[in-house]
Design a protein around this ligand. Structure first.
Ligand code: ADP
Ligand code: MG
Length: 405
């Protein structure tokens, strides 16, 4: 069993330098944070350590820089928001393990908090070369006396600040990771039935493994978003100009077959909202509702239709456990956000009726917040899309396994 944060704190952390891997990978729009959910989720662990007198050194990534500093991926705007949410100053180091990091850490008093610059500015962070990764992890470890893993969004990654550093320092599991794992266990070990899973978003190939594993667990699988069209194509329908992963059609046919054999219901939309001009140029969206089995050749499917939304919502309201990953449509454009809104609303009703509703995925979380839903209307909003999907696929998460050693 991994050590808990409370156990680590109980051993005494006053004056100890504790490196915390958080997930602060928030969406930024020209320097403005558009959804601070992940920063908020990181607060409890940092606060608990600082309150206990630790010198807290937070390391995190933002976006996908290519192993070198890039101004647009700087964590500096995040440091400001983190400081506001913690209600205490956050010293910002302008590098990851260099002079600024060392000086910033040396300047910490008991209970102070520092944030290091984007850990992916260093090529060692994500290197596939074990030696290069370990060398960088060694530099990170050199800044601290203990390590707390709290970045749930990255625990499925074998990266220096997630995996290798845990091999070098006494370590514990942060509150967020513990809470996320708790929910994932509830979804997989003995979910209250009926258990419905809603999958959407843009890439079928990312989510096939989950479908595979859930066929043995969920009662109903509702498919929306860009994935729909590969399913419709597998049933022999035309999908016009909609998103289609042709190389996945055979795999999807296999799942449809297995689902019908195993008694799992896969529910597809019966109508879709299409546009024949979007997204070329600045034209106003021109949404049209068409039957899912009669998508015109020049149409691009961008949301599930109203009949489908209503049918999906009815399925969800009958469920006691719901896991949802992936928006039902291109919710970023209000004309195509209705399907996503109706599903979000249905999940809040599951919560209100005493069931467990879980939203997973960065865009899905952003979508429910953008659409004005309160976080506590859901049982849980996961901060880790990829990690929660891999957990549901039944894979071992390296960043968790390493904590158990
Ligand atoms: P999450 O981050 O929640 O796991 P994904 O990253 O898989 O979700 O997918 C999110 C994206 O899917 C959104 O940006 C949304 O615009 C896009 N999307 C949803 N429906 C469609 C569609 N019909 N066609 C193209 N993209 C879609
Ligand atoms: Mg996404």
């Amino acid at each position: 069993m991994a050590k808990t944060l409370d156990q680590l704190i109980g051993e005494g952390v006053t004056g100890r330098r504790v490196l915390v891997r958080s997930d602060l990978n928030v969406p930024l729009d020209g320097g403005t944070i558009t959804d601070d959910g992940r920063i908020r989720a990181s607060v409890p662990t940092i606060t608990a350590l600082a309150d206990a007198g630790a010198r807290v050194i937070v390391t995190a990534h933002l976006g996908r820089p290519k192993g070198a500093p890039e101004a647009r991926y700087s964590l500096e705007p995040v440091a400001h928001r983190l400081s506001e949410l913690l209600g205490r100053p956050v010293a910002f180091a302008t590098d990851t393990v260099g002079e600024s990091a060392r000086e910033t850490v040396a300047g910490l008093d008991d209970g102070d908090v520092a944030l290091l610059e984007n850990v992916r500015f260093n090529p060692g962070e994500t290197s596939k070369d074990d030696a290069e990764r370990k060398a960088f992890a060694g530099q990170l470890a050199g800044l601290a006396d203990a390590f707390v893993s709290d970045g749930f969004g990255v625990v499925h990654r074998k990266q220096a600040s997630v995996y290798d550093v845990a091999e070098l320092l006494p370590h514990a599991m942060g509150r967020l990771v513990a809470a996320e794992l708790d929910v994932m266990k509830r979804l997989t070990e003995s979910p209250q039935r009926p258990y419905a899973v809603v999958l959407g978003g843009s890439k079928v190939s990312d989510k096939l493994g989950v479908i595979d594993n859930l066929l043995g667990k969920a009662d109903t699988l509702l498919i929306g978003g860009g994935m729909v069209f590969t399913f419709l194509a597998a049933q022999g329908h035309q999908v016009g100009k909609s998103l289609l992963e042709e190389d996945q059609i055979d795999a999807v046919k296999g799942y449809l077959q297995r689902a019908s054999e195993s008694g799992v219901r896969i529910v597809l939309p019966t109508d879709v909202v299409v546009d024949r001009s979007f997204p070329s140029g600045d034209r106003e969206p021109a949404p049209e509702v068409v039957a899912a089995d009669a998508i015109p050749a020049d149409a691009l499917g961008l949301d599930i239709g109203p009949e489908s939304s209503a049918a999906f919502a009815a399925e969800l309201k009958a469920a006691m456990t719901v896991f949802w990953n992936g928006p039902m449509g291109v919710f970023e454009v209000p004309a195509f956000a209705e399907g996503t809104r109706v599903i979000a609303q249905a999940l809040t009703e599951v919560t209100a009726a005493g069931g467990l509703s879980v939203v997973g995925g960065g865009d899905s979380a952003a979508a429910v917040r953008t659409l004005g839903f309160a976080d506590d209307a859901f049982g849980h909003i996961s901060t880790g899309g990829g990690a929660s999907l891999e957990y549901l696929e039944g894979k071992q998460l390296p960043g968790i396994a390493v904590l158990e050693r």
